[in-house]
Write a new protein. Structure first.
Length: 179
């Protein structure tokens, strides 16, 4: 995995790397990674040229302290992210209704890696066939939604803020907040 770390150097972006999320909230980040690791395919939301949403299947790759998205050359989702880097990535909820430990979503921005040497290093390490588009995800919000007993819990992380959990039941009572 050492070769992937150099993909980020020199880094001129000013967003929040995945590693900063992991450093700020290691237990929550581990839960999110574990949830994505339960399945290979997930759902990516991007914005079309006209501003309407596009939902596409995607594989998410955690490697070298970052969250990576690889895409076929000139795929619609890759072209969407080149034009407007905003995204939301939803972990595959799995079969049935238990959601396998909760529903996990990452929202943020995608930063494309265009350096041919960096792409070749990633391809060699990940076993990905060239050519492809490679994007590094900079999370702006990470949310886990889960049901515990009679309550639904929404746990949210945003850069520079403490972890926050909102709990509510299936009644008229106001939501309760932690953090």
């Amino acid at each position: 995995m050492s070769g992937i770390r150099c993909l980020l150097e020199p880094m001129t972006d000013t967003g929040t790397p995945w590693a900063a999320f992991e450093a700020a909230e290691p237990a929550f980040a581990a839960t999110v990674r574990e949830r994505f690791g339960q399945y290979t395919h997930h759902a990516l939301a991007t914005l079309r040229k006209d501003g309407s949403p596009r939902l596409s299947g995607i594989e998410a790759d955690f490697r070298g302290g970052e969250l990576w998205l690889g895409m076929m050359p000139n795929s619609r989702k890759a072209l969407d992210l080149r034009r407007d880097p905003r995204l939301a990535l939803l972990a595959n909820p799995g079969a049935g209704t238990d959601m396998g430990g909760g529903d996990v979503r990452v929202s943020g921005r995608a930063v494309e890696v265009t350096d041919p040497d960096a792409l070749a290093r990633y391809a060699a390490e990940a076993g990905a066939p060239l050519p492809f588009h490679l994007f590094r995800v900079e999370p702006a919000e990470v949310v886990r939604t889960r049901v515990e007993g009679e309550e639904i819990h929404f746990t949210t992380w945003r850069p520079g803020r403490p972890l926050h959990t909102l709990r509510r039941g299936n009644d008229d009572a106001p939501p309760r907040e932690d953090g």
